[in-house]
Design a binder for this molecule. Sequence first.
Ligand code: FAD
Length: 479
Amino acid sequence: ASKFVKLSKDHVKRFVALLSPQQVYATKEYGGSCDIQDLAHYNTDFYKSNIGSSSVVLFPKNTAQVSNILAFCNQQKIAVVPQGGNTGVVGASTVLFDEVIISMSKFNKIRSIDLDSGALICDAGCVLQDLDHYVSQFGLIMPLDLGAKGSCHIGGNISTNAGGIRYLRYGSLHGSVLGLEVVLPDGQILNNLSTLRKDSTGYDLKQIFIGAEGTLGIVTGVSIQTAQRPMHTNVAILGFNSFDDARGTLALAKTHLSEILSAFEFWDDISMNITLDHFKFKNPLSDPYAFYALIETGGSNNTHDQEKIIAFLEHSMDKGFVKDGTLARDKTQATEAIRKFGVLHGYDISIPTSKFYDIVNDVRKRLEDAKVFTNATNGQITANKVDVIVGYGHIGDGNIHLNLMLKTIDSKVIQLLEPYIYEWVSTVSGSISAEHGLGLVKKDYLKYSKSPEIIQLMKKIKKIYDPNEIMNPYKFLPN
Ligand code: FAD
């Protein structure tokens, strides 16, 4: 039997009383006026890989409302799923049974900005791109950027410990988040919206909520350190004949571009070809290469920046690493392009840079040996086969996305991939989830990145914060 209460019309009536009729979407079965299709946006994730089944979505607009809802749900033992922009890719914001979705999308005001320090305080439901646009008027930049920036919320970013393409320069959210306001499952409000960069007064509790995927409470307010927006940005695409040449170029970029280097993104030829084909782009380089990288710099003096870029390119070409280079477009489009083949099955892993492409080659060989790899990049997807394998990612941060395209998720193929890939990652002391989190999809593989003692302690922490386990159940921690 479930430890949660079955949702009823009376519960929904109470939600309406705690919020307002406009802030509660419920299906007719629960006394609302929606059909289940009306809630599809909240039940279906960005890539339509995880489809949920919630009949009730709540839209709090302030911290007190979040507190009232959670206190009621906790007292009644109603399971809830916090939801940001619903762009996560591991099924973390998907509903499995009749959990109530708490959408933060109407809780989205900027609270303050300190122009001396660059500390921004805002509601958790602010969209990342809107925040970046807002701070740009003050010559500031958000310390993270990712392909889903037009939809994802800062609260979702924090709850997944998102990485993205500015990580190389501005580091992890564990460093740039200055403070959080969080509502605990019993309704208690933890207000720690500090704007201080330095504070050595005891346990740093905000850290536990960064990457907690809504399992410990709901983040309602965020204080984050913005950075100075570079006055000049330059972007180049480079072509390489081998992975080692790309790796050598990364080392040279760190040396010669040092403080102005803001991104070093990498992708292979198959990612490039299907992206060009999908978007009807021309290859920006005159010849095709086995590997490509996008380099972004941001600095305060373009003459100096360009001198550095030229010196870096000369060194890379002298060493024989870089074969060709030009101005560029965005690698994140690869993901969108490969989806045209069918179902995207992805792995987001951290491994030592020296092994970065070995895993792609090993997995490809394993599938070829098992005769389930077609390498058909022409869109002719085949049942029970893997059609495309691509590797791309944030090489500057040791994070590769290994993506496979299948017609449907085929259990025989998955058995060839899992736990093989996780064991591979564990052997090199890597992470089975570099930046996407655990959610539903990765929770059972946590043991490949964390010891039994750590997993036990994580379970104890969950019990302390959420004794009734109402927060985002069935995910994140293995049973
Ligand atoms: P959601 O998907 O809504 O939720 C994610 C998790 O956070 C869930 O567990 C949810 O319960 C919880 N949550 C959301 N809001 C709150 C809150 N206020 N309080 C408590 N818990 C909450 N990720 C990267 O790290 N780097 C990338 O480069 C990157 N690129 C992407 C590109 C594309 C095209 C797409 C679709 C996704 C990408 N992602 C990337 C994954 C995703 O965008 C991020 O994980 C993002 O941080 C999720 O934010 P969200 O608001 O959509 O959260």
